[in-house]
Unconditional design. Structure first.
Length: 308
């Protein structure tokens, strides 16, 4: 570029290169304002996407809990029954109308029973017994809707779809499995646009500034949690919403290494340390009680893993 000096020191006129080894040496004065606008737009977009990510993670955690309860009930053959007798009925300590009364169940209240009725009696999960129908009084209990958990699951799926739609993201396919990936992809697109306008180094700096800062220990070092392989993991480098990896053995999903905060995998979190001599799930500042509970959980996990 041929230039003429307007202010400052140096030759009054001459030729200069615009870039050197990929780094910009000169930009238009108007481009500075454009870059500032790009950064503000990027910050606004990414902040909204990260808030969206946290909202979606909250919904996915509730969905996971509902689906686990559904599987648990199916595997143990536990069914819910609803009292349809006004104003209430009684539960007994044995399968006999002459047995002692354990407690009362009000109209509309639901109870959980194991298996099908035996001679008209249900065995409840708390060890008491309930008569399904009485010879003179009529029906006392009715089987609650076997698919009653589905409305709650469908409600959460609808909430997930609505949340993504409001942010302008696609809602086709399996949302439960891909929702976080879609948000991350939108974040990556925003990163790419910023790099195109400001260059690689400024874009990385801005992205880092917007990410959630890592938790710190009492001595000021980065907080971490040991993953399944005893690698200390810190803040999440994938979603930018998680300040430290949190994980412990999951008896529901033996293969899970997901962070319990952000649902990203262990490998998505920064490596802070390795091989420090503590068991997986340890983190600095863990109490003795928590450490003891973690050891019990590890033993239970290993027993269950050996069965499987």
């Amino acid at each position: 570029l041929q230039y003429r000096l307007v202010s400052g020191s140096g030759p009054q006129t001459g030729w200069v290169s615009l870039t050197l080894k990929g780094k910009e040496l000169l930009i238009r004065e108007s481009a500075k304002n454009d870059a500032a606008g790009d950064k503000e737009s990027y910050a606004d977009t990414v902040s909204k996407l990260r808030n969206l990510y946290q909202d979606v993670v909250g919904i996915l955690k509730l969905l996971g809990e509902e689906r686990w309860q559904q599987r648990e009930h199916a595997q143990t053959n536990i069914r819910k029954w609803r009292c349809v007798f006004t104003p209430r009925m009684v539960l007994r300590t044995a399968m006999s109308a002459d047995a002692a009364i354990a407690r009362a169940v009000n109209f509309g209240e639901e109870i959980e029973a194991m298996g099908d009725p035996t001679n008209g009696w249900l065995t409840l999960t708390d060890g008491t017994f309930a008569l399904v129908a009485h010879e003179k009084l009529g029906t006392l209990l009715e089987l609650a809707n076997a698919g009653e958990q589905m409305p709650r699951i469908n409600e959460l799926l609808g909430q997930l779809k609505s949340t993504l739609l409001q942010s302008g993201l696609a809602v086709d396919g399996n949302l439960e499995a891909t929702a976080t990936d879609r948000i991350i992809a939108a974040m990556r697109d925003a990163d790419l646009q910023l790099r195109r306008h400001t260059g690689e180094s400024p874009a990385q700096e801005w992205a880092a500034n917007l990410s959630k800062k890592p938790d710190l220990t009492e001595d000021g070092s980065e907080m971490f949690t040991l993953d399944f392989l005893s690698v200390g993991r810190g803040q999440c480098l994938r979603c930018g919403t998680c300040s430290c990896y949190r994980w412990k053995y999951d008896l529901r999903d033996l293969r899970s290494t997901k962070c319990q905060r952000c649902l990203c995998q262990d490998k998505d979190h920064k490596v802070v340390c390795e091989e420090i001599g503590f068991q997986p799930g340890y983190y600095p500042g863990i109490s003795d009680e928590e450490m003891e509970a973690l050891e019990d959980l590890r033993c239970e996990f290993e027993m269950k893993a050996s069965w499987h």
